[in-house]
Design a protein around this ligand. Structure first.
Ligand SMILES: COc1ccc(N2C[C@H](O)c3cc(S(N)(=O)=O)sc3S2(=O)=O)cc1
Ligand SMILES: [Zn+2]
Length: 259
């Protein structure tokens, strides 16, 4: 099977061949239609979403051929909000971005695309014994989606953007001897978000993700966005436009925590 990617020959419109779930009932990303999102105080109001991350003492970076990923080794817990009392453990984070600032995010807001989107991937450690065990379960994963817009540099992201040059080719890995606190990658406002039941946005497209997409974007500098665009993917092309376009909402409702 030709490896999936984001080119015309192996991109999102071809994924259904090898991954039929691509046309499933709860696929991601979606276009968030803000006027259709439902404020739902009881589910969301009862216990606020909370993150309790331990800073990484070293940063493990991987160019996995379709994104730049930071593997998490410390204990980091996400709970509350749509997750109820279940504790979801932080496993990794990665990003999606465009070739230019006018595109790159996966979720869109009333059709607006941001320059990039950061995904913090968690698995349900209250119900499953490992990431691999959770990854296909309908309540197995929770991903925080953070929109990124060009502006001032994000200091906490510097360890990644400053090392992209050394992670150019697919399969490249490196460990940077510096600390990283994933909390500092989040927007200042983590109370206002949209949430819905969806899927992985890349193959295998498992429908196992509770999505939590923050309303407030974070800023990365032009240089930090350029560093991402200079990475090389598994086909030897510039890793750019590695985002899936929005999928059909079908019978789903998007909830929001703000009025
Ligand atoms: C064996 O099955 C597996 C299933 C999934 C994965 N992953 C890699 C995926 O690229 C991927 C994409 C995610 S996104 N864009 O946040 O929706 S999260 C995620 S992953 O880390 O779960 C690895 C093995
Ligand atoms: Zn992602």
């Amino acid at each position: 099977m030709a490896h999936w990617g984001y080119m015309t020959t192996n991109g999102p419109s071809t994924w259904g061949k090898d991954f039929p779930i691509a046309n499933g009932e709860r696929q991601s990303p979606i276009d968030i239609v803000t006027t259709a999102a439902e404020y739902d105080s009881d589910v969301l109001g009862s216990n606020a979403l909370s993150t309790n991350y331990t800073p990484e003492s070293e940063v493990k970076l991987v160019n996995n051929g379709h994104s730049i990923m930071c593997q998490i080794t410390k204990k980091g817990v996400l709970t509350g909000g749509p997750l109820g009392k279940d504790e979801y453990r932080l496993e990794q984070f990665h990003l999606h971005w465009g070739a230019e600032d006018n595109r790159g995010s996966e979720h869109t807001v009333d059709g607006k695309m941001y320059a990039s989107e950061l995904h913090l991937v968690h698995w349900n450690a209250s119900k499953y014994s490992s990431f691999a065990d959770a990854v296909q379960k309908p309540d197995g994963l929770a991903v925080l989606g953070i929109f990124i817009t060009p502006g001032v540099a994000c200091n906490q992201f510097k360890v990644i953007s400053d090392n992209c040059g050394k992670l150019k080719t697919s399969g490249a890995e490196m460990t940077v001897d510096t600390t990283l606190d994933p909390t500092l990658l989040l927007p200042s406002n983590t109370s206002d978000y949209w949430t819905y039941l969806g899927s992985l946005t890349t193959p295998p497209l498992f429908e196992s993700v509770t999505w939590i997409v923050f309303k407030e974007p974070v800023e990365y500098s032009k240089e930090q966005l350029l560093a991402l665009r200079n990475l090389v993917d598994s086909d030897g092309n510039h890793m750019q436009d590695n985002y899936r376009p929005p999928a059909a909402l079908k019978q789903r409702k998007v909830k929001k925590t703000f009025t």
